[in-house]
Write a protein that binds this ligand. Sequence first.
Ligand code: HEM
Length: 394
Amino acid sequence: MAVLSIADSNFLDDPYPAIHEHRPAGVVPNVDHGGVWLLESDEIRRAVREPSFMSDPEKADPEAPITKVLKAAGLSIFYMDPPRHSRIRGLVSREFSPHRVKEMLPGIEKTARAVLDQLPDRGIVDLAATFADVVPMVVISDFLEVEQELRTDFRNWALTRVKNLFDPKKNRSPEFAEASRSLRDYFARKVEMRRKDPATDLIGRLVGLTDEGEGNLRDDEIIDLLNLLPGAGIITTADLIGNAIHALLTHEDQLEAVVADPSLIPDAIEETLRFDTPALSVGRIVTEETELCGHRLAEGTWVRVMTAAVGRDPALHPDPDRFQIDREHREHFAFGGGTHFCLGAHLGRAEATTALRLLLERFPKIRLAQGGDAAERRRVPGFRGLERLMVELD
Ligand code: HEM
């Protein structure tokens, strides 16, 4: 069988040539994490949605490298199965509902405007560092009411965790362990504070749930959940904003269409989720021996479902490598699927749509800076975004 590594330099630059190359095989060994990669769209739909593909690393091959990392990392809801998963998700999902996100919209808009106010009126700037990366960090820090004086530490812990988690070389590093511990300690202190001094912010509301009787959240469950939010909600949303701007700046006709008619912005975001999705894959575990694309997989096998392959499947999307906002049909699994479908999907979409709308309103003549190296990809295995995005404003 051919081999695909998500930590490979070419893959980190552009995963799609390798995804297209391996798609006909459907299943290839996962040299980074153990188990297999799945790249065939019909089987991806099945693995993402069917309850026989589960998520708890306790059910996985104990020898697979990713089992050890995930057990040590304490990833909470992402890697839980029913009934625990349904209970926790049921309790917290109202915090992420469309109604709740609507209430957050004025705050998101205020944040995006304040970040734009920091940019010069004209000249060359790195929009990844000064805008795309900043807006989601501030939104999540506000959502979690992180104290101003701790925001830089919080940012560093969150980014170190998420950037190293799926990197086979770095996820056992002392930096990763230290950042994970610091973030956890920070949330443990906040939960303790809210217990002593109740409040109506997110942590206060989650703590309040524990006092309502059996079946509600315990402290360790709240801390696990909080611990996951910065990673799950920051880099993904930053990457969506950065990838959308990059796609528009490299497809001038699409940019012109959106500047002329901002009602197309939600479609531009959906097309970015298909064309240049921030999270390339989701993890599932085979719980009954099964066959995928002609390969028998034993119980306990990790299946890293390459959801990014669906968005670029030529059988589903004519000319799949073209960024085209007015597509008639579009299918993607950018937010995963089934019982684990991203809790923050409404929030992520709302942030990206608001950020893009305000950016183009302020800088309708924005263009990519001259020179071949205006954009540089992040080298974070499992994610796809931009470390640098030099643009010209006037
Ligand atoms: C554009 C931005 C985002 C993308 C692309 C994204 C992507 C994903 C993906 C692929 C999953 C895994 C789903 C699965 O296993 O089937 C997921 C789960 C999750 N996401 Fe997001 N996410 C984004 C924004 C957010 C935000 C803003 C938050 C919260 C602040 C968030 C919180 C979560 C949580 C809690 C889960 C776990 C849900 C569960 O296991 O039941 N995400 N996300």
